[in-house]
Design a protein around this ligand. Structure first.
Ligand SMILES: Nc1ncnc2c1ncn2[C@@H]1O[C@H](COP(=O)(O)OP(=O)(O)O)[C@@H](O)[C@H]1O
Ligand SMILES: [Mg+2]
Length: 377
């Protein structure tokens, strides 16, 4: 298959084992995001794929050609890869056009310049061709770095935190432009990031790395968000409301409602994580089904596109427990007013707790089974 194939790669710096038998496949035409905490080995993985770091164990294959294993090391410039790192690494003494044509050393000069101008045009930087990098803003430097990485028509593009140097407003815009350029080029792209929202926006597929470089879960953004298979993955996207309960008759009961838990045995202690948008608020004081719990509103925070409402449960067992609720529409309940909090099971995830009541961590966990059919995807 065309693209990048990393097979059973392990890597250590001295005694520090950073990657342990990591494998991944990035097919041509796809943007794959590696999402993981700082220090999880993301940059190391990219450097190994690029050939900037000697491979210790495993195999790197690009378009079905082995470019590195324990005995072989194809140098970076012969791997057909494009690279873009966080700091862009433009050559300060070269103008924009020369920066972009730098990697086209195999071509006749006028042909290389034509190709470089074409790439600059694609990223909207043709009118800066004669400028030097220090004359450009961060966003403009990012565009030039992207043009430089793509100019030699690489088989694989490796991006390491490519937007982290940009401020929030610009980041959104550049992200969108970059994605359009990547899709038009059809190159297999690996983008490393520690920003879950960025991964959700950019990726055809997301691979979540745990602390030792192992892949905890891989899937389309929708799967990662709605079917997290690990507590760690569920918690990546921010605040969660947490409850503990026990499976009874294939169900788990929390104050907000009942959730089916078919794949767990009765009597199994569980934790239930509910996303802030999975808590539904009703001001009419009672649903037809009688489901839900009375709550007091303690505060509301308008975030712009939606509200975060804090409510306090009033029941005996969970007296005083605070919940975070995300409300998309302009629902601003009055403070201290009694309302009912219910549950959207699509946003609730059940994970088994082991005998000691501790989280079972990164072992196989069970997903919540929604009690109502899901909308077609
Ligand atoms: N050149 C190096 N020499 C020694 N240790 C390194 C080197 N590069 C990275 N490390 C260590 O390897 C681990 C993973 O680093 P890195 O691959 O940069 O992770 P990430 O990009 O996910 O933050 C860290 O503990 C880091 O300190
Ligand atoms: Mg890094």
């Amino acid at each position: 298959m065309k693209g990048l194939h990393v097979v059973g790669v392990s890597h250590a710096y001295g005694d520090n084992r950073v990657l342990d038998n990591a494998s991944l496949m990035i097919p041509a035409g796809e943007v794959v995001c590696l999402l993981g905490p700082s220090g999880s080995g993301k940059t190391t993985l990219l450097r190994l794929a690029a050939g900037l770091e000697r491979l210790q164990k495993g195999r790197i294959v690009i378009d079905e050609k082995v470019v590195a294993d324990e005995d072989h090391h194809v140098p970076p410039e012969h791997r057909g890869i494009g690279l873009m790192f966080q700091d862009y690494a433009l050559f300060p003494h070269l103008n924009v056009l020369d920066n972009v044509s730098f990697g086209l050393f195999g071509q006749a000069q006028n042909q290389a310049r034509r190709r470089a101008m074409d790439m600059l045009d694609q990223v909207g930087m043709a009118h800066h061709a004669e400028n030097h990098p220090h004359m450009l803003s961060g966003g403009q430097q990012q565009r030039v770095a992207l043009a430089r990485a793509l100019a030699p028509e690489p088989k694989v593009l490796l991006l390491d935190e490519p937007f982290s140097g940009l401020d929030t407003n610009l980041r959104g815009e550049i992200r969108e432009e970059t994605l359009a350029v990547l899709k038009a080029s059809g190159v297999a792209t690996v983008m490393v990031t520690h920003d879950p929202e960025e991964a959700m926006f950019m990726a055809d597929r997301i691979k979540i790395l745990g602390h030792n470089g192992t892949i905890l879960q891989s899937g389309r953004p929708h799967e990662i968000y709605y079917h997290p298979r690990h507590e760690f993955v569920a918690k990546l996207f921010g605040m969660m409301n947490r409850f503990e309960s026990v499976v009874e008759n294939g169900h788990v009961e929390i104050p907000l409602g009942r959730i089916a838990a078919k794949s767990l045995d009765d009597g199994c202690p569980v934790e239930v994580l509910v996303r802030p948008e999975g808590v539904t608020l009703k001001s009419d004081g009672g649903e037809r089904s009688g489901a839900g719990a009375p709550v007091d509103v303690t505060s509301t925070h308008l975030l712009g596109h939606d509200n975060i409402v804090r409510v306090r449960l009033g029941g005996d067992e969970d007296n005083g427990k605070e919940l975070y609720v995300r409300v998309h529409h302009a629902f601003e309940p009055e403070l201290s007013k009694r309302i009912t909090a219910g549950l959207d099971p699509d946003y609730a995830f059940i994970f088994s707790l082991d005998e000691n009541g501790e989280e079972s961590g990164q072992k196989t966990l069970n997903e919540a089974q929604p009690t109502r059919p899901k909308a077609a995807e």
